[in-house]
Design a protein around this ligand. Structure first.
Ligand SMILES: CC(C)(COP(=O)(O)OP(=O)(O)OC[C@H]1O[C@@H](n2cnc3c(N)ncnc32)[C@H](O)[C@@H]1OP(=O)(O)O)[C@@H](O)C(=O)NCCC(=O)NCCS
Length: 160
């Protein structure tokens, strides 16, 4: 058997499926926040957060699965009927092996189709997140926004 090496791509977008995040996912998702990189990038998933992402259309959240295992979490906060703000967390032990790119690509052709525009607001030092968005066809705006974030924007063409 050949051992997986850093840099190997684990999954193709076609192997990724999504299901709505539920309370049953909280223990596992919270355990991911023992990882320092994830916990400095995203807010800890509190009970209030769970209520927010499961209550209605203002925000939605999915677990991304591959081979029956949770491999990433995707959240979209909907600003209006067109635009959603995207957050993505890859299970920490799977980072840097193409999972983020596969999940984001699968999301764009899956649940993300509900949004005309998907936008990521990324801290400038988050090289992996910027590269992941770029790889998935997001436009990276050259100027920081008013709060110092890089804006990565994916605009769906009207006919797809
Ligand atoms: C950001 C994140 C979602 C990316 O997912 P990932 O599975 O680690 O990324 P991938 O392996 O698909 O790599 C995507 C790109 O980033 C690059 N990359 C990955 N890790 C990197 C690192 N540590 N440093 C520099 N580049 C990196 C890859 O080379 C690839 O670039 P390429 O397509 O030009 O070759 C993931 O690292 C993560 O969950 N980070 C913590 C939470 C977070 O920051 N979320 C985003 C908030 S805006």
């Amino acid at each position: 058997m050949i051992a997986a090496r850093p840099g190997d791509l684990l999954y193709s977008p076609m192997q990724i499926t999504f299901r709505p995040f539920t309370r049953d996912d909280l223990p596992e998702f919270r355990a991911w926040f023992l990882d320092a990189e994830l916990s400095r990038r995203l807010s800890f998933p509190s009970d209030q957060w769970l209520a927010y992402v499961t209550a209605g259309d203002a925000a939605r959240c999915w677990m991304a699965l591959a081979a029956g295992q949770a491999v990433a979490e995707v959240q979209v906060n909907q600003e209006n009927s067109e635009r959603g703000y995207l957050d993505l967390a890859v299970r920490p032990d799977l980072r840097g092996r193409g999972v983020g790119t596969a999940v984001l690509s699968a999301f764009q052709s899956g649940p993300g189709k509900a949004y005309q525009v998907l936008e990521g607001r990324i801290t400038p030092d988050n090289v992996a997140s910027i590269a992941c968005c770029r790889r998935c066809g997001f436009t990276i705006l050259p100027e920081l926004d008013a709060e110092g974030f890089i804006q990565a924007i994916y605009r769906r063409s009207r006919d797809c």
